[in-house]
Design a protein around this ligand. Structure first.
Ligand SMILES: NC(=O)c1ccc[n+]([C@@H]2O[C@H](COP(=O)([O-])OP(=O)(O)OC[C@H]3O[C@@H](n4cnc5c(N)ncnc54)[C@H](O)[C@@H]3O)[C@@H](O)[C@H]2O)c1
Length: 381
């Protein structure tokens, strides 16, 4: 079977991970970056990763896989590529400019994809002469380990190319889901309250961060609590996605960012990578202990869960994705212990709605409005 030549733009965390996935699936891969030092770093780290995989017996030959790569700082090397995946800085104007440049080099049949987390695929496609060949292929970090890929057609995208991309992702061992070109696609939209509502609970002084993290992990079964997770992701990434999603949703209060997190970013307290974020990771600093009050813990957990379920149900209502893809996205993209729609059924749509309506009655904020579909589900229709 013909193996397409894959191009990757950007040799950072995502670009090298995506390149690794493609090369391990047998493709020749051209990795382009405009920063020579970044290319050298990617080459060295890919070589080390593949070596480890060989030692563990996961691949038979690291050098065979490495030989499938070429690392270039000249965009003309993309001339023979059949699919190019862009993973550069998350800035719309920079991405649009790069797509325009790439299109001058490639053939008319080459597919162009973006790994953007939150920008409009339609807007990126509009920078191209052949917008029907552009789509979103959103991998999760680290790309070789995370199975989920959100496949996002722009409104201009040729449907056949989308079907081909879904088939290719399956060949690469991925779990593709289809998402409408709306802010944050599936995961980065539906997951927003996990962070935002947790911060709100903290800001109101209902509980401290350690207690909220404890409630979400011990009672909720999430792998990491929201504050630990935000510190792990980095506030330069997590806050910026929140702000982009909020602006892109025409300032819907449901997605409103918080000052607590914005201040961390301004202070350069980016999380684990800078030694301090919500928590202080300096050596010798003990992390704070939670208050393991079950009643308080449940109050926190059900408040966040209701907000998450509401997002998932509303995304279903607005046809952002099918119910099945919504479940796959949240369990495989962010490792939630259950799909949110299944969780809604288990808890009872009525109970979830009652929790949201209680918040709405207390706060009189649009942030807590329940999706009309949740209301219908609670009414049993
Ligand atoms: N890191 C994540 O968790 C994650 C997850 C999913 C999607 N994404 C998205 O993937 C993209 C890349 O993220 P990342 O974390 O790999 O970033 P990164 O900073 O690790 O890497 C970006 C690379 O792109 C290169 N680059 C920047 N501008 C360029 C240009 N004009 N031409 C060529 N190369 C250029 C940089 O030199 C750098 O090596 C972003 O759109 C991001 O939103 C990131």
């Amino acid at each position: 079977m013909h193996k397409q030549i894959i191009g990757v733009i950007g040799s950072g965390a995502m670009g090298s991970g995506i390149g690794q996935v493609a090369a391990m699936a047998g493709h020749n891969v051209v990795i382009y970056d405009n920063n020579k030092a970044a290319l050298d770093k990617a080459k060295a780290s890919l070589s080390a990763t593949l070596q480890k995989l060989e030692e563990k017996g996961k691949i038979s030959s690291a050098s065979d896989v490495l030989h499938r790569f070429i690392f270039v700082d000249d965009i003309h090397a993309f001339a023979t590529c059949e699919l190019i995946i862009e993973a550069i800085v998350e800035k719309l104007e920079v991405k649009r400019a790069v797509f325009t440049e790439v299109e001058k080099v490639v053939t008319d049949t080459c597919i162009l994809a973006s790994n953007t987390s939150s920008l409009s695929i339609t807007s990126i496609a509009a920078a191209c002469n052949i917008p029907s060949r552009v789509m979103g292929l959103h991998f999760f970090n680290p790309a070789p380990l995370m199975a989920l890929v959100e496949v996002i057609p722009a409104i201009q995208t040729d449907t056949v190319l989308v079907e081909n991309a879904v088939a290719l992702m399956k060949e690469w061992g991925k779990l593709p889901v289809l998402a409408k070109d709306t802010p944050g696609f599936i995961v980065n939209r539906v997951a927003r309250p996990f962070y935002g509502e947790a911060i709100r609970i903290y800001e109101e002084g209902i509980a401290d961060m350690a207690t909220i993290d404890w409630a979400m992990t011990e009672i909720g079964g999430f792998k990491m609590g929201p504050f630990t997770l935000m510190d792990y992701i980095g506030h330069d990434v997590n806050y910026v996605v929140t702000e982009t999603v909020f602006q892109s949703f025409f300032f819907d209060p449901r997605y409103k960012p918080s000052f607590s997190q914005k201040r961390l970013l301004e202070a350069g307290w980016l999380g684990r990578k800078s030694g301090r974020g919500f928590y202080n990771y300096a050596t010798g600093m003990a992390l704070p202990e939670p208050n393991k009050d079950m009643e308080l813990g449940k109050k926190i957990f059900y408040r966040v869960l209701a907000m998450l379920i509401n997002e998932a149900v509303d995304a279903q209502h607005l046809n952002v994705a099918t119910a099945q893809d919504l479940e796959t996205a949240m369990t495989k993209g962010v490792n939630y212990p259950k799909g949110l729609l299944a969780w809604c059924n288990e808890w009872g749509a009525k109970n979830c709605l009652a929790q949201l309506d209680e918040l709405y009655d207390n706060y009189h904020e649009d942030r807590y409005r329940a999706s009309v579909l949740l209301r219908k589900m609670a009414a049993g229709s």
